[in-house]
Write a protein that binds this ligand. Structure first.
Ligand SMILES: [Zn+2]
Ligand SMILES: [Zn+2]
Length: 389
């Protein structure tokens, strides 16, 4: 399992930091989280393959998380056309085939995708599904008549509603969660977090993994060499060998291992809703748009600072905290090449001569979360999650 940060800037892309996008690679497939402008270019610069993207999750509809989506879908489509031509000279367009890509995101995502594709006369050769998350009572959003008409009268529209999970430890007696998918050996959930638009955090929980197979014990106790019977033992089956020897799986296979848990949040000034589901996660990806001296400004615009991210990490006992979504005023530490003052100003998009790096954000977060690893995730930062022991 690998997390690849494709774009880690807030608001707008610059030559040194792309707009929001993050990829989770597992079992050869790629789940993409957000798709800001320029995500295609970042994908090309990474070692990820377009064709491996099967699911795209959009945290919210602000442009810096969304404006690359239609272009990416078109490129996926042209890539597929080419492949199909190479394979059999035909293009298929069937209603019965499983969708190649499934998108999940806030209400309005379908309208955005369909409008941009139709206005630009773009036709995708593959089937895609869009699942929109219906606001839950905690979001404080009242659906318009238009929304209600589209959602509940059009049978083609796919939606996901939140379910209320009782939790006495929660200040409201429980919380709302969306169960989005169960494919690819993991479950994906979403929970609302506080920003200026309906915004979600995603929780990916891997299914439990089988226990470790002790091949050495098998060799030591019975003098056996590895063979086809090993896979049966690994799968929990009892095996009787030709010699009559009976091998029980519990003797050679350890207890099942808890799957990994990854939490990826969109922009937020308060993500406390995520805590119950995010508890003991392996990774928490949390935004840190501004540093702690600008906390008031951060909250005013629905954003967070390093100490706020650390607070969430502490409350859910995250094993590792990765910060992203930096204001362009914070220069990447390992910025390649030298900026002249004009370009530096452009890159920072601020009328300021300050030269502040993301080291400031890192030190503030580490101070508040000293017990666990904390990283600044600049573009192309890659974090590998090892298999559980
Ligand atoms: Zn943003
Ligand atoms: Zn935003």
């Amino acid at each position: 399992m690998e997390l690849v940060f494709l774009g880690t800037g807030s608001n707008n892309p610059t030559p040194h930091r792309g707009a929001s996008s993050l990829a989770l690679r597992q079992n050869g497939l790629v789940y993409l989280f957000d798709c800001g402008e320029g995500t295609q270019i970042q994908l090309m610069k990474s070692n990820l393959k377009f064709g491996r993207i099967t699911k795209i999750f959009i945290t919210h509809l602000h442009g810096d998380h969304l404006f690359g989506l239609s272009g990416l879908l078109c490129s996926l489509s042209s890539g597929m056309t080419k492949n199909q031509h190479e394979n059999d000279g035909t293009e298929t367009e069937s209603q019965d085939v499983a969708p190649s890509v499934i998108l999940y995101g806030p209400l309005g995502l379908r309208k955005y995708v369909e409008t941009t594709l139709s206005l630009s006369s773009s036709k995708l050769v593959f089937k895609y599904d869009i699942y929109e998350l219906i606001p839950n009572p905690d979001d404080g959003i009242i659906l318009s008549q238009d929304d209600t008409d589209v959602l509940f009268k059009d049978s083609q529209t796919k939606t996901v509603s939140a379910e209320f999970i009782s939790d006495p430890s929660h200040e409201k007696g429980g919380y709302y969660q969306y169960h989005l998918s169960t494919d690819d050996n993991c479950n994906v959930y979403a929970v609302s977090i506080k920003h200026r638009l309906p915004t979600y955090g995603f929780i990916i929980i891997e299914n439990n993994l089988p226990g470790k197979f002790d091949i050495q014990k098998l060799q030591k106790e019975h003098g056996l060499k590895p063979g086809p019977f090993c896979s049966k033992l690994k799968a929990g089956e009892q095996v009787t060998l030709e010699s009559g020897l009976v091998l029980k799986p519990e003797e050679f296979v350890g207890p099942s291992r808890t799957g990994r848990k990854i939490v990826i949040l969109g922009d937020c000034s308060n993500a406390m809703n995520i805590i119950p589901l995010a508890m003991n996660c392996d990774i928490l990806v949390h935004e840190a748009t501004h540093d702690d001296t600008l906390k008031e400004k951060a909250i005013e615009f629905g954003h967070s600072t390093p100490s706020m991210a650390a607070d969430v990490a502490e409350k859910c006992n995250a094993k590792c905290l990765l910060l992203n979504h930096f204001s362009q005023r914070y220069r990447p530490v390992k910025q390649e090449g030298k900026l002249d003052s004009t370009n530096a100003k452009k890159a920072k998009n601020e009328d300021t001569e300050d030269d502040i790096t993301t080291d400031l954000l890192l030190s503030q977060a580490k101070q508040c979360y000293p017990s666990r690893p904390v990283f600044i995730a600049e573009d192309f930062f890659t974090y590998t999650l090892q298999l559980p022991k």
